[in-house]
Design a protein around this ligand. Structure first.
Ligand code: BES
Ligand code: ZN
Ligand code: ZN
Length: 464
């Protein structure tokens, strides 16, 4: 928990943040007792380690914490779950941690998904001087935590309707407009592909839409894959492959987090968030391999595999998004296992027609410790997704380059004059790191927020 206070909280235990470069100097100005203690416990200022230093009476006097640097977003993340419950403040010795990084890393360092196992842990509170940077760190951490909660919530409690409720809640917070097109109304409104994928589920498929901002501002359209559970459909997944598929709405959760931050920061854009939300289920009326559907945009798609459902629902959402002629369209999706094979869990794949835009984003992601990696929209592979009976097929002829095949399928629905980013992400930590327990997670949201803030700068004096 973060508390902002103008007063210096002398009762709070100081945390002295150090790295290998600053430790020797910082410890030199500490008391002899502290120096002897840190030597006794062999504290070496390695990242994510800490030492509890007692006073002469055996009470906790201070904490020395190893960090990666002053502005690293996960600088203090290991502490909230490791320190004794109590109130802390940043100490005078060692490094001055950037207040946004301190607020962000401390907040998420305490994150637990406690919906079914309420945690009884007493809070560890960090007192920071009030500032816009602290507000920002807390705000971004809250958006990340909300993303995690959505992804971690099992499909039983997060179907298309509950995902829509989450969007409605965010819309309400920011005075945005909300609407949804549900069930058979998708057919009447021209979203046949979303309907086809979602029609076998007992829970109605839908297109969720949030809009916000002034008509005079450039249109920013965010699209998120909202498959609340992906059984694979008739091309059913293996038990192992299905195990984590509650997270197949991770793109939607990430797009929602980004949308909420765009609104919280009042970027001068007109925002449109589109979430095609379905459950890819099996029943007598399920869509089948070999079926052909005419999509919203007009192209006929053949279903090669019902498990490649993400690109099917996204094609209608992207076509609808493109109708507004956005200045920029970004889609986020847990789209392919192939992107994971290529890049692993930590690196979302970025597809983008503009090389310099892509390179800028990759560099920014590295700087911000919120990475993504550029893969090509290789047009020559398009022949491999052409169909004998329709325009294109949702599986490639070749088993190779699965993430690229999915991306070039989507590309057919985005007119060439629209700046478009497609992000194929994992949205899940399969190994714990400080501040990032095993489970759902936001990816590229901080990087994209910073990119959008630069692309759409707020005018001086504009209220936040
Ligand atoms: N949701 C999956 C992709 C996925 C699987 C993402 C595991 C992250 C982890 C997607 O709908 C899917 O099943 N894709 C298939 C496509 C194939 C049938 C062409 C895949 O990647 O195997
Ligand atoms: Zn699938
Ligand atoms: Zn899927």
């Amino acid at each position: 928990m973060i508390v902002q206070s103008k007063k210096k909280f002398t009762a709070a235990t100081p945390i002295h943040a150090v790295d290998s470069g600053s430790f020797a100097d910082a410890v030199g100005s500490a008391s002899a007792l502290t120096q002897r203690w840190l030597a006794s416990v062999a504290f070496q200022a390695r990242p994510d380690t800490h030492a509890l230093v007692p006073d002469a009476a055996g009470k906790l006097d201070s904490v020395w914490a190893g960090v990666r640097g002053t502005a690293h977003p996960w600088s203090l993340a290991a502490l909230p779950k490791a320190l004794p419950p109590g109130t802390y403040r940043m100490g005078e010795q060692g490094l001055a941690i950037d207040p946004e990084a301190a607020a962000f890393s401390w907040s998420l360092g305490a994150y637990v998904f406690d919906r079914y196992k309420p945690s009884t842990a007493k809070p560890r509170t960090l007192v920071l001087a009030p500032s816009e940077a602290v507000d920002r760190g807390v705000r971004i951490a809250q958006a990340v935590a909300a993303t995690r909660n959505l992804i971690n919530t099992p499909a039983e409690h997060l179907g298309p309707a509950e995902l829509a409720d989450a969007v409605k809640g965010v819309a309400k917070q920011h005075d945005a407009k909300f609407r949804q097109i549900v069930g058979d109304a998708l057919l009447k409104s021209g979203f046949p592909a979303i309907h086809a994928v979602g029609r076998a589920a007992t829970r109605a498929p839908r297109l969720i839409e949030l809009t916000w901002g002034k008509a005079s501002h450039p249109l920013l359209t965010l699209v998120g894959k909202g498959v609340c559970f992906d059984s694979g459909g008739l091309d059913i997944k293996s038990a192992d492959g299905m195990r984590q598929m509650k997270k197949d709405m991770g793109g939607a959760a990430n797009a929602l987090a980004l949308a909420s931050l765009v609104m919280a920061h009042r970027l001068p854009v007109r925002l449109q968030l589109l979430i095609p939300a379905v459950e890819n289920a099996i029943a007598g009326n399920a869509y089948r391999p070999g079926d052909v559907f005419k999509t919203r945009q007009g192209l006929h798609i053949e279903i090669g595999n019902t498990d490649a459902e993400g690109r099917v629902i996204l094609c209608d959402a992207l076509a609808y998004g493109a109708e507004g002629q956005p200045d920029l369209m970004i889609d986020m999706a847990t789209l392919t296992g192939a992107a994971r094979v290529a890049l692993g869990s930590q690196l979302p794949a970025l597809f983008c027609r503009d090389m310099s835009l892509a390179r800028g984003l990759v560099d920014r992601g590295l700087r911000m410790h919120d990475p993504l990696w550029h893969l090509p929209l290789w047009r020559d592979y398009h022949a491999g997704i052409e169909s004998e009976v329709a325009d294109i097929v949702n599986t490639g002829r070749s088993a190779l380059a699965g993430a690229i095949n999915a991306a070039i399928f989507l590309e057919d629905f985005v007119p060439a004059d629209i700046d478009w980013l497609h992000i194929d992400l994992f949205a899940w930590n399969d190994a714990a790191r400080p501040g990032r327990p095993v489970g759902g997670d936001a990816q590229t949201v901080r990087t994209l927020l910073a990119f959008l803030e630069e692309r759409y700068p707020r005018r001086a004096g504009q209220a936040t």
